[in-house]
Design a binder for this molecule. Structure first.
Ligand code: ADP
Ligand code: MG
Length: 379
């Protein structure tokens, strides 16, 4: 049974009536633009056809009650006294209620059933999907217009300040603002967004290496400070403000390692903008080449790939249906993303999973994705 049917059926069993609303908010994958967000640069994620769903109805009073089908638990809290629930899925729900109120939204109570098919902790941002589904539920009950940037900022505030996970704005923004068939160019400095059509006839395929980042925290901080050092050299706020030719002209004056780190960020920003141009003209082959170049840059200059990510990308790229592949996310483990001819994508998925398993002994997961709308009321 599909998740939307599941939440509706469970709602009817528990509440003895049909829900007033069914809302969904998707997970995401970043097509290109890695380690650019904290350099005030560009990212190009898409919302995928895996989502968090809530069937709900308004409730009298100030209580919010949510049944989680995935965890088999119920959470009830009072909007006037939201308390943390550390370590629980419910903390994301409560955190969004808290953040929305902190940011001045007047909330009303509701009760509902929650379930999702974004795999948890797999790099597809199930947490942002949950946050935006909860925000969509509050907006539906309060009958306010959907304002993606405002909702994304509330979700990010919940995740950063309530749950305590330090993330950028990308995940919530794409979950709030995605458009079917499109990726979303996000300018991480201005938060301006532009929908860019994905090439027709191609699927975006997520390749989960079944490894998770180990040393990520310290390496991430080190990369950040190297990028800041490079920006200081140019006397600019962030590497976003440095062009490829400016960087090349300064090579002799820069520490060689700092130069390579900066070269990744500066060329990656350029690749994101070029990817948008290629997509606007439907040039899937060029887009694929940009994905390949992004991976090489992340592997060789920024040095945040891993043996498993490199293996999966190499296996994917060697398949005839694939026009490009790269690691996606912070790196050192997690997922890769590939652009694959639609028709060949089921065979691609089987073949590369088998190839990866034979090479590494690990059991990967492969998700053939469609680009969907962001958070919406579906019924
Ligand atoms: P991800 O990379 O998937 O975002 P996180 O660790 O950031 O991983 O978030 C996963 C957490 O989000 C889960 O442990 C759970 O608390 C919450 N969550 C996500 N989706 C759901 C869902 N469908 N139902 C309940 N909780 C969910
Ligand atoms: Mg998350």
């Amino acid at each position: 049974m599909t998740v939307d049917r599941q939440v509706v059926q469970a709602f009817e069993e528990r509440f003895g009536a049909a829900p007033a609303f069914v809302v969904r908010a998707p997970g995401r994958v970043n097509l290109i633009g890695e380690h650019t967000d904290y350099n005030d640069g560009f990212v190009l994620p898409l919302a995928i056809d895996r989502a968090a769903w809530i069937a709900l109805r308004p409730a009298a009073g100030r209580a919010v009650t949510v049944h989680s089908l995935d965890f088999g638990e119920v959470d009830t809290f009072d909007l006037d006294r939201v308390a943390p629930q550390p370590g629980s899925w419910a903390n994301y729900v409560r955190g969004v209620a808290w953040a929305l109120q902190q940011r001045g939204h007047a909330l009303a109570g509701w009760e509902g059933v929650l379930a999702g098919d974004v795999p948890l902790g797999a790099g597809l941002s199930s947490s942002a999907a949950l946050e935006m589904a909860v925000a969509r539920a509050f907006a539906a009950v309060g009958d306010w217009p959907w304002d993606p940037p405002a909702m994304a900022l509330s979700g990010q505030m919940a995740e950063n300040k309530w749950v305590g996970v330090n993330t950028g704005i990308m995940d919530q923004m794409i979950s709030a603002a995605g458009v079917a068939g499109h990726a979303l160019l996000i300018d991480c400095r201005s938060l301006e967004t532009t929908s860019i059509p994905l090439p027709a006839g191609y699927a975006v395929v997520v390749l989960d290496t079944a490894t998770r980042r180990g040393l990520a925290g310290s390496a991430y901080n080190e990369r950040r400070s190297q990028c800041e050092a490079a920006a200081r050299h140019f006397g600019v706020k962030a590497l976003r403000d440095v062009s490829v030719s400016q960087l090349e002209a300064a090579q002799a004056d820069l520490d060689p390692l700092i130069y390579r780190r900066a070269r990744h960020v500066v060329t990656e920003n350029a690749r994101v903008l070029q990817a948008c141009d290629e997509m606007r003209t439907g040039n899937a082959l060029e887009l694929g080449r940009l994905l390949d170049a992004s991976h090489a840059s992340l592997r060789d200059d920024f040095q945040v790939s891993s043996r498993e990510l490199d293996a999966f990308v190499e296996i994917a790229a060697a398949h005839g249906a694939c026009v490009g592949a790269r690691m996606t996310g912070a790196g050192f483990g997690g997922c890769a993303v590939a652009l694959v001819e639609d028709e060949g994508s089921p065979a691609f998925a089987r073949s590369v999973a088998a190839g990866y398993m034979a090479r590494t002994g690990l059991s990967p997961r492969v998700y053939v994705c469609r680009a969907t709308n962001g958070a919406e009321i579906v019924a």
